[in-house]
Design a protein around this ligand. Structure first.
Ligand code: C6P
Length: 407
């Protein structure tokens, strides 16, 4: 018999959810922007500061050793979480955004004028702008992989999009706007067949399902801890060892060096070559606790629960006159972008907040996708395993009321 706790038991670990906003019980439907943190994560970070705080890799003392083992132990947990081949392949970053900037910088020496970088139209700005900046620096060209009307990637387009000049393909695993799960394994296979390096944005995939970077066979994969129930200020770049070895450091300073002299500097081994300065130690401890938390839970049950919430929401949306869902792929995570005729998305957000319901509105840092969809923004409700069917019902009661009163 399984000893794993049910999703309703797990919700009790999220004390923040147990409060009123504007006189109504809080409903948090903005987990795609940042997830809430279970008590176990907050407690691990508190315990670190109360008992173990020191700098890492330096001190000839017990606290330094404890801090180092918490920090490096968390890295080992990430190795397991992503099924990386080695701890050398796991680089701590500030988050997905910094990871993408690090890769774009590191791959610069591989590119020549006129080379091509492919990005999809549904990317977050974090997986567009670093490539545009790189392209500008080198004189390379950014090409766009298109999206179908219901929000899927047009994978077959790669047959014509990839040319002899294509060097990099950067694509998200899950769209933060549409919720679509992209067939990354297939995309990577097509890229690999043409010697194209693949950089995958896992910011919205890692919170929802298990990822295996070796099975995907991608070259790089990034995620942010704050979206997987961990702290802000830290994230991960996974990279294949051979590629990381050949890449130049991203930033210079302490930690990332082997020997410094005014005649020249040599760099530390992986992964430290990419981790200049005192790293985010308490945050790494928090990541370790978040991964322990996920490992101790039944991820399949979490996934099934989220999917049930999504199905319920899609069904209820049919009862709201003028409500239009944005992103109707048959393969998606529990993210629901929508519009209601006659209402601006930001007004929907404000009116829902008055009912204690927190969603996100706007362009979701995906302006090119908004332009393609022909909308200035959307309202987005995103669900996590700690949400309930009653909360989804309350969302739709509130939307029905707003629709009646304001359109
Ligand atoms: N998306 C959202 O509300 P950072 O900020 O570095 O932790 O993550 C950036 C990022 C990159 N890729 C994807 C697919 C993302 O969804 C995000 C963050 C949040 O959708 C905040 S804009």
């Amino acid at each position: 018999m399984s000893t794993q706790r049910s999703v309703s038991e797990l919700r009790q670990d999220f004390k923040i959810l147990d409060q009123e906003i504007n006189g109504k019980p809080l409903i948090y439907f903005d987990s795609a922007a940042s997830t809430q943190k279970p008590e176990q994560v907050v407690e691990a970070m508190r315990a670190y500061y109360y008992n173990d705080n020191a700098n890492v890799h330096r001190g000839a003392h017990t606290l330094g050793d404890r801090a180092t083992s918490g920090f490096e132990g968390a890295r080992d947990k990430v190795v397991h979480f992503l099924n990386a081949a080695s701890r050398k392949e796991i680089i701590w970053t500030k988050g997905t955004t910094e990871a993408m900037n690090l890769v774009a910088n590191g791959l610069a020496p591989r590119l020549n004028k006129g080379d091509e970088i492919i990005v999809s139209r549904m990317e977050h700005h974090a997986n567009i702008v670093p490539w545009q900046m790189l392209a500008e620096r080198i004189g390379a060209v950014v090409k766009v992989l298109d999206v179908s009307e219901n929000g899927d990637i047009l994978v077959e387009q790669l047959d014509t999009l990839i040319t002899a000049k294509t060097k990099i393909l950067a694509c998200t695993h899950v769209s933060n706007v549409l919720g679509t799960i992209i067939p990354i394994k297939e995309i990577v296979a097509r890229a690999k067949a043409n010697n194209v390096i693949t950089v995958i944005d896992g910011a919205q995939a890692t919170p929802h399902f298990k990822v295996d970077v070796q099975a995907l066979d991608c070259d790089f994969y990034a995620f942010s801890a704050h979206k997987i129930f961990g702290p802000t200020g830290i994230g991960v770049l996974y990279g294949k060892e051979a590629l990381l070895e050949e890449m130049p450091p991203y930033q210079g300073g302490g930690e990332m060096i082997e020997r410094v002299s005014f005649e020249g500097t040599t760099f530390n081994q992986l992964p430290y070559k990419f981790e200049a300065g005192t790293p985010p130690i308490s945050q790494a401890v928090g990541v370790g606790a978040a991964l322990d938390y996920l490992n101790s839970a039944d991820r399949k049950a979490m996934e099934a629960h989220e999917q049930a919430l999504l199905t319920q929401a899609i069904e209820l949306s049919k009862g709201i006159p003028g409500m239009r869902l944005i992103g109707e792929s048959s393969n998606k995570v529990a993210v629901m972008s929508f519009l209601i005729e006659g209402l601006h998305p930001s007004d929907i957000g404000t009116l829902l907040d008055q009912q204690g319901i927190g969603i996100r509105t706007g362009h979701h840092c995906a302006m090119p996708l908004m332009e393609y969809l022909g909308v200035p923004g959307t309202a987005r409700a995103s669900f996590a395993f700690y949400n309930t069917a009653e909360e989804v019902e309350r969302l739709f009661e509130a939307l029905a009321k707003i629709q009646r009163m304001f359109t």
